[in-house]
Design a protein around this ligand. Structure first.
Ligand code: URP
Ligand code: ZN
Ligand code: ZN
Length: 464
């Protein structure tokens, strides 16, 4: 039965206009004025915005990290996602050296299939290089996984060297893929970690000290050069610093294909969360993520990058670990604290409150940054990322008047803290539709079944 959403203001990356829209069989089937259906449900969206379902292209659900596993799996993570207005996530398949990509993918399929409350895709991580991996990359692209991830940090497990990056970039370009990079120099980090520990420094404050801006800056500079030499597009995940942004922006302005992602934590939280120099309070472990939180000048620069459209995507890098029992694994040694923070639930409300309502970004930019650009870069547009006839009916009816405060106790993420504790937010996802099915009604999850499907993606639609 069709559903008509009436009286709302439709917001895409390019337009804001008042219109009604009809959804049927999972798709948007018409958009127009004063639509009435003889046979169908009507939803009153007066005074509300209608956004395309948000896309979070950077999550880590059900990820093993050392001796522990993320607090959120696909079930809890995607429930939290839809409650916040995110209808598609792209999660990183972990690849262990020596493992076939196919086996890594099977493992992630098993974790996600039948457990996701929003649609999902995968990026394939590549942790080493050999001929089999080169061959398997093509299989991945053909199976709807046209994006890969390489880490320039995490030396013992994931870090790849420059020769590997060059070969992978060339191969990826041949087969229509795109590689996303974690840009931090892992050798510098290990050197600094050893140095601090020798000095007897073991508290989480030293996570900050051992991952200074230079660590990111060097990796971004190197990646840009490698991308240029390989004549390949590159995507920089979770960019956190002014210096890194300046380098990447310059390369873009010179015509290099570079896509830049940042995250709410680098826009809203600063390094004061680690405390004063030498702070030994373990509470700072809640903010152990990589790269670490930065200074006000970095934050200002990132907002400027968003306002000026230098940055393409705001993702979350949701990678949650409980403070009690998980972060505490590093109680005696900061380098053993699992890295990452939660955020998949709060991205839209944070960006609406602290981006749109402060005038730093427009509503159109918010939609572009949280949905449309990721859909294009990661090959899902216009199925996802917009409101147009023929697109999936992934729709968020946004109430701009709701006022709430983020706290650990009212969140849906399955983790015992939130880095945004006490943050006031305005606006919320009042109703959410996933391929035409209402999954959130009056701010509550109403769909008991995990309806999320694997999305076969196509090659990057901006890379040529
Ligand atoms: O600290 C972080 N960012 N953890 C998640 C894994 C990664 O590096 O993206
Ligand atoms: Zn990363
Ligand atoms: Zn990540």
């Amino acid at each position: 039965m069709p559903i008509v959403i009436k009286g709302g203001k439709i917001v895409t990356n390019a337009d804001i206009y008042c219109a009604d829209l009809v959804i049927e069989n999972g798709k948007i089937v018409s958009i127009g004025r004063n639509i009435s259906l003889e046979d169908g449900n009507e939803i009153d969206a007066t005074g509300r915005y209608i956004f395309p379902g948000a896309i979070d292209p950077h999550t880590h659900f059900d990820l093993e990290a050392g001796s522990t596993i993320t607090a959120d799996d696909f079930e809890s993570g995607t429930k939290a996602a839809v409650m916040g207005g995110t209808t598609t996530i792209v999660d990183f398949v972990n690849h262990v050296r020596g493992e076939r990509l196919r086996d890594a993918l099977n493992n992630w399929n098993r974790k996600a299939k039948g457990n996701a409350y929003c649609d999902y895709g995968f990026h394939m991580t590549i942790a080493e290089w050999n001929e089999d991996i080169s061959d398997e990359m093509k299989d991945m692209v053909e199976e709807g996984i046209p994006s890969f991830k390489m880490y320039m940090a995490y030396k013992k497990t994931l870090q790849v060297d420059d020769a590997t990056i060059l070969k992978a970039l060339r191969r990826s370009t041949e087969i229509g893929g795109l590689i996303a990079f974690h840009c931090e120099n892992g050798d510098m980090i290990d050197f600094l970690v050893e140095r601090e520990k020798r000095k007897g420094h073991f508290s989480p404050y030293y996570h900050l000290v051992t991952r200074p801006v230079e660590v990111e800056d060097e990796a971004i500079s190197r990646l840009l050069s490698l991308g240029k030499i390989a004549e390949a597009p590159v995507y920089i995940v979770h960019l956190s610093s002014k210096k890194g942004l300046e380098k990447a922006t310059r390369a873009k302005s010179e015509g290099q294909k570079v896509y830049i992602e940042t995250c709410p934590q680098y826009l809203l939280l600063d390094d004061s969360y680690y405390g004063e120099v030498g702070n030994d309070d373990f509470e700072a472990a809640k903010y152990v993520l990589s790269p670490p939180l930065r200074k006000k000048e970095d934050i200002d620069s990132l907002w400027n990058g968003l306002s000026n459209n230098y940055i393409d995507v705001i993702a979350t890098d949701h990678c949650s670990f409980n403070y009690n029992g998980q972060k505490s694994l590093g109680k005696e040694d900061f380098s053993k604290i699992p890295n990452g923070i939660p955020g998949v639930e709060h991205r839209l409300s944070l960006m609406y409150t602290y981006g749109v309502l402060t005038g730093k970004i427009s509503l159109n930019q918010m939609v572009a940054l949280t949905s449309t650009n990721a859909a294009k870069i990661y090959g899902m547009f216009p199925q996802k990322g917009t409101i147009s006839v023929g697109s999936d009916a992934d729709i968020v009816i946004w109430n701009p008047n709701l006022e709430t405060t983020i706290t650990a106790s009212n969140q849906n993420q399955n983790v015992d803290y939130t880095p945004y504790e006490g943050f006031k937010i305005v606006g919320g996802a009042e109703h959410v539709f996933l391929r035409g099915q209402q999954v959130v009604k009056n701010f509550k999850l109403v769909e008991e079944n995990p309806l999320g499907k694997f999305i076969r993606r196509h090659r990057c639609q901006l890379c040529k």
